[in-house]
Design a protein around this ligand. Structure first.
Ligand code: PBG
Length: 303
């Protein structure tokens, strides 16, 4: 399949890959094993990977400062993967702070309200995007859903001489219960049992997605994404009608975990269901799909 992107988790301090309970078959990689895996995926015909860099638990703070730290996990993970694949696989970097903040939110908090401070977060995203580009990312993928994030990142990249770096905007990202296994994989817990409803979209709202996507394209997004995938097929189809840029969909951790869990019990044929689901996402209008099934499907389909 030439239209799949594989998410890779790369954890600081990890000496060899370890399993993630809630995502059977997905690994928390070391820097070295991530580079090997990216090469293996490329050889199978998977054209892209998206890297989630994860700090040591003790390295989290209120501002997520370990994300753009010189010599830190972001730089080492992206550097090793890019060195491994050069330009044979597109290297994307998830551009967000929740993995690095001790409160688990996608940005910095306003001390007065305790909720995310949109504008203060924009400057940090721009800085992180430049850092990811200089570390080896071809594409940065802002997933925090802050207003104005695409424009802030585009300006930051251009003024740092990174005009060639592309932006994949998580343009329509719904507040979903399907991100649960990801939070285990990335060791993200939102302080006080909070949620992201303040900055992610309401699943009952269909039209907002088209507005969000249109705004992101106007701000300079090179590609846009809808997330999750199966519960947004109508949205994917709507967005396909209104944008010219490539459209991605993210078949997220909960969507993957459900298939795996039922398949483990022998209740469904896992690979067949995976293929059916990803086909549906493409049929709805996605040009490419981010999925934890990327490697398995590429093997199944013979590259
Ligand atoms: C935020 C981010 C999340 C996912 C991708 N980027 C988590 C969230 O919004 O809570 C979820 C992906 C998945 O569930 O597979 N950095």
């Amino acid at each position: 399949m030439d239209d799949l992107v594989a998410p890779l988790f790369v954890a600081d301090g990890q000496t060899e890959p370890s399993l993630i309970d809630a995502l059977p078959g997905v690994l928390r990689h070391s820097v070295d094993s991530a580079a090997v895996e990216a090469k293996r995926l490329g050889a199978l015909g998977v054209p892209g990977v998206i890297i989630f860099s994860l700090p040591k638990p003790g390295d989290k703070d209120a501002r997520g400062s370990a994300a753009a730290r010189s010599g830190g996990i972001t730089e080492r993970a992206l550097g090793a993967v890019r060195d491994g694949v050069a330009d044979s696989v597109v290297v994307m970097a998830d551009c967000c702070l929740d993995e690095f903040t001790d409160h688990g939110h996608c940005g910095v908090l306003d001390p007065a309200t305790g909720s995310v401070d949109n504008d203060a977060t924009l400057a940090l995203y721009a800085e992180l995007a430049v850092f990811q580009a200089t570390s080896g990312a071809h594409v940065v993928a802002p997933s925090g859903m802050m207003d104005g994030q695409v424009a802030a990142i585009r300006t930051g990249l251009d003024s740092a001489g990174q005009a060639e770096t592309a932006i994949l905007a998580y343009a329509a990202k719904y507040a979903s219960a399907l991100y649960g296994p990801f939070r285990e994989a990335a060791s993200v817990a939102i302080a006080g049992g909070g949620d992201r409803k303040g900055y992610q979209q309401d699943p009952a709202n269909r039209r907002e997605a088209v507005a969000e996507v249109t705004l992101d394209v106007a701000e300079g997004a090179d590609m846009v994404m809808v997330k999750p995938a199966l519960s947004t097929l109508d949205v994917i189809a709507d967005v396909r009608q209104v944008v010219e840029v490539p459209l991605a969909a993210y078949h997220v951790s909960g969507e993957y975990a459900m298939v795996k869990a039922a398949a483990e019990r022998g209740w469904i044929d896992g690979p067949a269901v995976a293929l059916e689901q990803i086909t549906a996402v493409k049929r709805a209008g996605a040009d490419f799909v981010l999925t934890y099934f990327a490697g398995e499907l590429a093997e199944l389909l013979g590259g």
